[in-house]
Design a protein around this ligand. Structure first.
Ligand SMILES: *Cc1c(COP(=O)(O)O)cnc(C)c1O
Length: 429
């Protein structure tokens, strides 16, 4: 039996001083029961907890750690940058280098502004779209997560078109009412919404590959229809690529699907593990930001030199190492292990595996999974047994059936083989 007594003691202390003992709710393991472990250090594909247990990690700090933990290029870049000063609040050349790299790799982005988290990026992008169009309403999709922005913490009830029902206390009803929430992959619902109120819709925001309610994909034609409707109605199309940006391809999901959004939000991989986000897009829209335009947006620590150095080092290393093709090969190997374990246990009718590149999800339900309603069918008790079974055997998957797993370039063939044995054992529980 794995000992977690030091983690248990740390969690008891944490609960006295931090609400729920955590600084972000999913870390509390409420989705699977039990208590979180506390990390003492991490390197490559591995984490060591405060009890000395060694764990193969498939979360990678929820996406940023695409090179693995504590990668040498990032650590060196941060150390060198820190020696020159940890924050300036004055323009520095690394900000320009980062902006130029983003604009080069993501062609829909002509201008970009750095912020400190994905939440800040989506919040600012929505404000900008509203300021640019002079309209108030926005459309989002059920199951798409865009950070804890008031206007975006809304997911909807049943029905083709439901006016917003806030997911959190503290969100003013009149604000939630401005958010229309639609089922993903439903072109008819989208057309109907635009037909009814197209002239009032400032923006449509979506994860082009939804990865916060499990992982599922846009069906052929869905993103194309969305692009056409937004263009026809003068609505700003925002791709939230906080998770997919620089991960599914150098140019993100928009490169994979060949769709050009008006604005894009970025985060996670772009910061190399430091707190970074960004939003950018058509210059005509971005130029409406202060100080040039009337839409206010600012940040004391935005473009922070440590964060820029870390992000640039990570992005350059990804390209140098041919990261995206290597991640695809590792992903295919891991997928093979999942699929053979599912077959071996005769679970084909009760498990559904999805993957794109280094992102994957095992649904504890029968497929197809194409939206939140499908994803929500997951057998949560079976998932919790599998999760704890894997963790007890040294493999850490996300502590919720509605999260995506991540591979990094630090994962080895041996890690994947070991993981295959663990999946096989955990699926039998
Ligand atoms: C993680 C995430 C966010 C929020 O980013 P934070 O840095 O946690 O604020 C927004 N959108 C998507 C798609 C995400 O995955």
């Amino acid at each position: 039996m794995t000992s977690r007594s030091a983690s248990a003691a740390a969690f008891a202390q944490a609960k006295r001083f931090i609400p729920g003992g955590v600084n972000s709710p999913v870390r509390a393991f409420r989705g699977v029961g039990g208590e979180p472990f506390f990390v003492s250090r991490a390197a490559g594909s591995r984490i060591w907890d405060v009890d000395g247990n060694e764990i193969i990690d498939y979360i990678g700090t929820w996406g940023p750690a695409i090179l693995g933990h504590a990668p040498e290029p990032v650590v060196t870049a941060v150390r060198e940058a820190a020696a020159r000063g940890v924050s300036f609040g004055i323009p520095n050349p690394l900000e320009v280098e980062m902006a130029r790299l983003i604009c080069q790799w993501v062609p829909s982005i002509e201008k970009v502004r750095m912020v400190n988290s994905g939440t800040e990026a989506t919040m600012s992008a929505v404000r900008l779209a509203r300021g640019f169009t002079g309209r108030d309403k926005i459309i989002k999709f059920e199951g798409c997560y865009h950070g804890h922005v008031d206007s975006l913490l809304v997911r909807a009830g049943s029905g083709a078109l439901t006016h917003g029902e806030p997911d959190s206390a503290g969100i003013p009803r009149p604000l939630a009412d401005l958010t229309l929430c639609l089922p993903f992959n439903d072109r008819e619902a989208l057309r109907a919404a635009f037909q009814r109120e197209g002239a009032q819709i400032a923006a449509v925001i979506l994860e082009p590959i939804p990865a916060n309610a499990g992982l599922y994909f846009p069906e052929p034609g869905f993103l194309e229809t969305l692009r056409e409707l937004c263009t026809a109605h003068g609505t700003v199309l925002i791709f939230d690529e906080v998770m997919t940006g620089f991960r599914v391809a150098r140019g993100g999901a928009q490169e994979v699907y060949g769709i050009t959004p008006d604005l894009t939000t970025l985060g996670k991989v772009i910061g190399g593990g430091l707190p970074v986000g960004a939003f950018g897009g058509r210059a005509e829209i971005m130029d409406r930001l202060s100080p040039d335009g009337p839409v206010y947006q600012a940040g004391t620590l935005s473009g922070n030199p440590l964060a820029m150095a870390a992000g640039l080092a990570q992005l350059h290393a990804l390209e140098r190492l041919d990261g995206w093709s290597r991640l695809e090969r590792l992903g295919a190997a891991l997928e093979d292990r999942f699929r053979s374990a599912i077959r071996r246990h005769g679970l084909e009718e009760r498990r559904t595996f999805h993957r794109i590149g280094s992102m994957f999800c095992l649904f504890f339900s029968r497929g197809p999974v194409r939206n939140l309603a499908d994803a929500a069918q997951s057998d949560r008790e079976a998932f919790a047994r599998y999760f704890h079974g894997a963790l007890d055997r040294g493999v850490y998957f996300a502590p919720s059936p509605f999260e995506t797993g991540f591979l990094s370039l630090a994962h080895t063939e041996e890690d994947i083989e070991e993981t295959g044995r663990v999946i096989d054992a955990a699926l039998a529980l």
